[in-house]
Write a new protein. Structure first.
Lengths: 138, 117
């Protein structure tokens, strides 16, 4: 105890332990978090893929067939299978988090989280069926 | 000042894009990325898809999906780099690349989706 304490007008900086770059591989829950965050890269890849498809369809029949041939390349199929896994991970984690983000109250009591998540999954199913019908109907 | 005004909009775009991607992308990538290329289901005819793409409602949905999904990517990827890689000194560059990429991609999406003859 020597002299009066020193005050500053600024908030003190906490001591923060330095984390390694690979901190997220050490626990399954951290790894799942990192994979969930990485799903956005595959969402972006899908936007590129979709725009290539729309452009090919708009340009003409031959370009559309060329697009289908390109999409049948083993590496493109592999990327798209990985994309499918990641977007399903995104969708499931997203809908499971929805009850925490969407708090609905009716007559003073909170709507149960299973109902909020359930309606999200139902919407997913309905949208998927409508999309498949739109694309596949002849 | 501007940061405080922009940040809620970015989170809103992130949420909207996450919802749009979760609802629409799994079925689309299953059909066009996996099922048609592997021959599980025969791909739709060019005429059918062209009629679908020419429909203004489809065009608006596809454009909205592209824009929101790109901003969803930008926001989440920014934070993935921020949390995951400890490169906070590059924050400014990362933000410009992420959101700038989303804006550029949105422009391209608008041209592609709305220029179908």
């Amino acid at each position: 105890m020597s002299g009066p304490p020193v005050y500053t007008e600024f908030h003190p900086r906490w001591y923060r332990k330095r984390m390694g770059t690979l901190w997220w591989v050490h626990r399954p829950s951290y790894l799942l978090f990192a994979l969930r965050e990485l799903s956005c890269v595959f969402v972006a890849w899908f936007v590129i893929f979709l725009l290539l498809l729309i452009h090919a369809v708009g340009t003409g029949k031959r370009d559309y067939e060329r697009f289908l041939d390109w999409a049948a390349n083993p590496w493109v199929i592999a990327v798209n299978i990985i994309t499918l896994l990641f977007v399903v991970l995104h969708a499931v984690t997203w809908f499971n988090l929805a009850p925490k983000a969407i708090v609905v109250r009716t007559r003073g009591s909170r709507v149960p989280s299973s109902f909020v998540a359930g309606t999200n999954y139902l919407a997913w199913a309905v949208v998927s069926v409508v999309l498949a019908w739109l694309v596949l109907r002849t | 000042m501007s940061r405080r005004r922009v940040e809620p909009i970015l989170w809103l775009l992130f949420s909207a894009g996450g919802m749009a991607a979760a609802l629409l992308v799994p079925m689309l990538v299953f059909l066009f990325g996996v099922a048609f290329p592997l021959g599980w289901i025969s791909a739709p005819s060019h005429g059918h898809l062209l009629a679908l793409a020419r429909n203004p409602a489809t065009a608006i949905v596809l454009f909205g999906l592209c824009v929101l999904a790109l901003f969803h990517w930008a926001h989440r990827f920014r934070y993935t780099l921020y949390d995951g890689l400890q490169i906070k000194h590059l924050n400014g560059l990362i933000n410009v690349c992420c959101y700038g990429g989303a804006v550029a991609g949105s422009v391209v999406a608008g041209i592609v989706v709305f220029s179908i003859p």
